[in-house]
Design a protein around this ligand. Structure first.
Ligand code: PLP
Length: 384
């Protein structure tokens, strides 16, 4: 079945599946000193090495978490509390308007609970980029200890952000910087060793690893107050017996995703977008004027509601997603498109096709055929 929703979750790679199957046979707790415990420890450290390699970080900079959401929460709360504990509290928190909800909602809870921290929103341009100049101006005023959160690539549009420049700007301003690389890592270079960022977040299931495992990568100098307390796992940054199976799968997926040559995906994406324009000359492709991840196409076919399209494609066996965030069964229009100034009627038609390691030409062709059929039905209904 054509699965075109890799930005939501990429199917498990065979390499990750085999690594997890092997991990089933390790019975020990990685904190135990006996042979089985040591085997579990060795597996975790091997996987940590692979994940570190993917981000060009050092293994000791990697803390395993339950996913990208927890990694972002640990970076934000860990920095806020850690900096306060060290006597240098964060005074202002900058968050871009196009961040993932895990960053936006964690930041909202920080503003709610710690009124002393001032809020600053970084707007987005019409092309889907964070407004670098606005951030520069705000930071230029100086005098405050700041924390800035900007993603490396957006999950909806795929637009690659100027994250290295942002990190440098923040470093020069003496602040702390979080780069959410959940969508970017493995697709564009997120070289932690040369990046001026203090925190980088990753998630296995966007790379073809299992769901429910991710990592926070931190510079040695960055404050990180643990949010889950208990044992001394993960260097005291995240207590709890490690998710051995998840970590094994994450390590294998990180190794397999290491080759960042995206020319195959770019060719597939171009085939899809060319096919769209040929069939629907009024197609709007969001973020097309910016540099995008090679795997992502976010578009609207004016007059075709996204929810209708998602259901119609699903009935044809083609899986894509709409631009609406769905929580507790309610669809909410995309905050990313809103920040880009896209009108509400176009937002209501926003669809995302995201490709990955097992996508093929016949997958994208199936999506095109299904959309064409749907459009034909809608036109026929209007005429009748
Ligand atoms: N950050 C970004 C940019 C994402 O796209 C996602 C997931 O969609 C997350 C964070 C959250 O990651 P996870 O699903 O592993 O919690």
């Amino acid at each position: 079945m054509p699965y075109l929703d890799h930005n939501a979750t990429s199917p498990l790679r065979p390499e990750a599946r085999s690594a997890m199957e092997r991990a089933f046979d390790i019975h020990g707790n990685a904190s135990a000193t006996h042979a089985s415990g040591r085997a579990a420890r060795a597996l975790i450290e091997e996987a940590r090495h692979e994940v570190a390699n993917l981000a060009n970080a050092r293994p000791e900079e990697v803390t395993f978490t339950s996913g990208g959401t927890e990694a972002n929460a640990l970076a934000l709360w860990g920095a806020v509390q850690g900096a306060a504990d060290a006597g240098a509290p964060i005074e202002r928190l900058f968050v871009s308007a196009i961040e993932h909800d895990s960053v936006l909602n964690t930041a909202a809870s920080i503003f709610h609970r710690i009124p002393g921290i001032r809020r600053a929103d970084i707007p987005a341009t019409r092309t889907g980029l964070v407004e670098f100049d606005a951030l520069r101006q705000l930071l230029g005023k100086g005098g405050e200890r700041v924390f800035v959160a900007v993603m490396a690539a957006n999950n909806e549009t795929g637009v690659i952000q100027p994250f290295a420049d942002v990190a440098k700007l923040v470093r020069d301003a003496g602040g702390l910087c979080l780069i959410d690389a959940v969508q970017a890592c493995g697709k564009v270079a997120t070289d932690f060793a040369v990046l001026d960022a203090d925190y980088l977040t990753l998630s296995a299931h966007k790379l073809g690893g299992p769901q429910g495992i991710g990592a926070l990568v931190t510079k040695k100098s960055a404050p990180v107050a643990a949010q889950i307390l208990g044992g001394s796992q993960e260097r005291g940054r995240r207590a709890g017996t490690e998710n051995l199976l998840g970590i094994a799968g994450f390590g294998a997926a990180a190794r397999a995703a290491g080759n960042r040559d995206d020319s195959r995906l770019v060719a597939l994406r171009d085939r899809f977008e060319t096919g769209l324009r040929r069939r629907f000359p009024n197609t709007v492709v969001f973020g097309k004027d910016a540099k995008r991840l090679g795997n992502t196409s976010y578009f609207a076919l004016p007059g075709i509601p996204a929810e209708t399209a998602v259901i119609a494609l699903d009935l044809d066996g083609v899986m894509v997603s709409s631009g609406a965030a769905c929580s507790s069964g309610k669809a909410r229009p995309s905050h990313v498109l809103k920040a880009m100034g896209v009108p509400a009627d176009l937002t209501a038609s926003a669809l995302r096709v995201s490709l990955g390691w097992n996508s093929t030409e016949s997958d994208v062709d199936a999506a095109l055929i299904s959309l064409e059929k749907l459009s034909g039905r809608i036109t026929a209904r209007r005429v009748a």
